[in-house]
Design a protein around this ligand. Structure first.
Ligand code: ADP
Length: 480
């Protein structure tokens, strides 16, 4: 279950349980208040009335017969039956009838002895076990008072201990709810630890490993909740960082190789040119024919150096993302004838058969002749690297769906199938076969530069090749 749903459910349950707890507490509190009130008020009046009413009634009915011993005895027996004592006092304070006959005829201080109000009577007990409460006897002419009946009531009667019915159901609910809430809290704590704290701790460890450059440990989490999503994101980040790091390492390696290759590529022609110049200076070149030959060789090598420097420049621009192509409108035939003339010469000089284009379509195209010459030069130079004397290089130019297509085909060693996907990659150098010349030559920049230049013209470059049979590179340039 997702953490969000789970926590919402937990909160709802806790809230309901809390409501029950508060409700039960409230009910208990109200019940307590009610119990207190009722004990205070009913304890006395009900019980006292119950006992005294029949006595008072009898006293009032038989008041005029009080002189008769049977009546007195009967009355006193009712008094006794009700568990109280009676002193019937006249208005002058003389005790006319009493549960203790010895006190009959004695005087009572009416001011202090008469308590008509129950609360006063209770207060006047002063901790005694009984209270005295007075009731006026009103059987005189016209209902006038003729005396006071003072009852002595034992505490056991007026302090009625009512059985308080405690709300056990509420108490039970309170208990069960509290236990449930307790369990819920424990469960919650364990769940938080298991589903949040431990995974977060693990995530921290994984993040630390990534920081230390240990990208191979896969981050796994089996649930598909929010935490699972976080794990998946972190793992995605890990693989991304791993790839970037591998790429950086590869690029650093390639940069180092590039420096080594450039040094080698520059050193060879420069050393050669230097050797020929020294030979000329030392007078080893006797006739004009040999001098021309030497000059030709030096030109080939300086051309090579210039091409390499040009490649490096474009490469640097590529790195900065600002390859400089300055196209202008030119007629294709004259432009390509100018570019292909020296190329044909170099190809033949290398002992290869040069097949020039039979017909160059004459259309207006927008191109940067210097850059396109660089492309042609790189492609032919590649063809030369992967061919042997006797092979051929054929160049063709044709129109194709509003584009000018230039192709350079060689009958050389071809490109191995496993190298094909990478030939346009920067720094990539395929495994040359031992039969090819200049096995160690190359920087791996040539084709990537060609691709950038052609694409900057709005064209497209592609190749087809068969190992052992040859390679064909072709590029298109849009017609104006
Ligand atoms: P470089 O020539 O400096 O190695 P390139 O980017 O020009 O770099 O070429 C990349 C790779 O493509 C070469 O190393 C080579 O393996 C392959 N390649 C390019 N042109 C040809 C070709 N005409 N015949 C065979 N292989 C080629």
């Amino acid at each position: 279950m997702p953490l969000n749903t789970w926590s919402t459910r937990w909160l709802k349950t806790s809230f309901v349980l809390l409501l029950i707890l508060v409700g039960c507490g409230l009910v208990l509190f109200l019940n307590q208040l009610e119990t207190r009130k009722s004990t205070e008020s009913t304890l006395s009046i009900q019980q006292v009335r119950l006992r005294i009413n029949p006595i008072l009634l009898n006293l009032e009915q038989n008041n005029h017969l009080l002189q008769e011993p049977e009546v007195r005895e009967h009355l006193l027996s009712i008094v006794k039956e009700n568990g109280v004592e009676l002193s019937y006092v006249g208005l002058d304070g003389t005790i006319l009838l009493s549960s203790s006959p010895a006190s009959e005829g004695k005087q009572v201080n009416l001011r202090s002895a008469l308590h008509y109000d129950l609360n006063h009577a209770v207060q006047a007990t002063n901790g005694n076990d009984s209270l005295n409460i007075a009731f006026p006897v009103m059987t005189g002419p016209n209902g006038s008072q003729i005396g006071n009946a003072i009852f002595t009531i034992p505490k056991t009667i007026f302090m009625v201990n009512e059985t308080v019915i405690f709300p056990y159901f509420i108490l039970g609910t309170l208990l069960v709810t509290s236990i449930l809430l307790g369990f819920l809290l424990i469960f919650m704590k364990r769940k938080i630890r298991k589903r949040m704290l431990s995974p977060i701790h693990q995530l921290k460890q994984h993040a630390e490993s990534i920081l230390k450059g240990q990208y191979n440990d896969q981050i796994q989490y089996n649930r598909m909740d929010e935490m699972g999503e976080l794990y998946a994101m972190l793992d995605l980040m890990r693989t991304e960082i791993m790839h970037l790091s591998e790429l950086r390492i590869r690029q650093e390696k390639a940069q180092k190789e590039l420096i080594t290759n450039i040094s080698h590529e520059l050193k060879t022609p420069i050393t050669t040119v230097k050797a020929y110049i020294e030979a000329i200076l030392e007078g080893l070149c006797s006739d004009e024919e040999t001098l021309k030959e030497y000059m030709e060789i030096m030109r080939t090598h300086t051309d090579k150096t210039a091409r390499l420097v040009e490649d490096l420049l474009v490469h640097a621009l590529q790195e900065l993302g600002q390859i400089s192509v300055e196209p202008r409108e030119v007629y294709s035939r004259s432009a390509f004838e100018t570019m292909l003339n020296p190329i044909g010469h170099i190809v033949r000089m290398n002992g290869l058969i040069y097949e020039e284009p039979e017909h160059i379509p004459n259309v207006l195209i927008r191109m940067d002749p210097i850059r396109i010459e660089q492309v042609l030069s790189n492609l032919v130079s590649n063809a030369l690297k992967h061919t042997v004397p006797g092979d051929s290089i054929r160049i063709n130019a044709e129109l194709d769906l509003g584009k000018l297509r230039i192709s350079i085909a060689d009958s050389g060693q071809g490109i191995r199938a496993q190298d094909m996907p990478f030939v346009f990659e920067r720094y990539f150098r395929g495994n040359a076969s031992p039969s090819a010349r200049n096995i160690h030559e190359g920087t791996g920049l040539g084709l990537s530069i060609c691709k950038s230049i052609i694409e900057a013209h709005g064209g497209h470059i592609s190749f087809s090749s068969k190992e052992g049979q040859g390679t064909l590179f072709q590029f298109t340039l849009p017609i104006c």
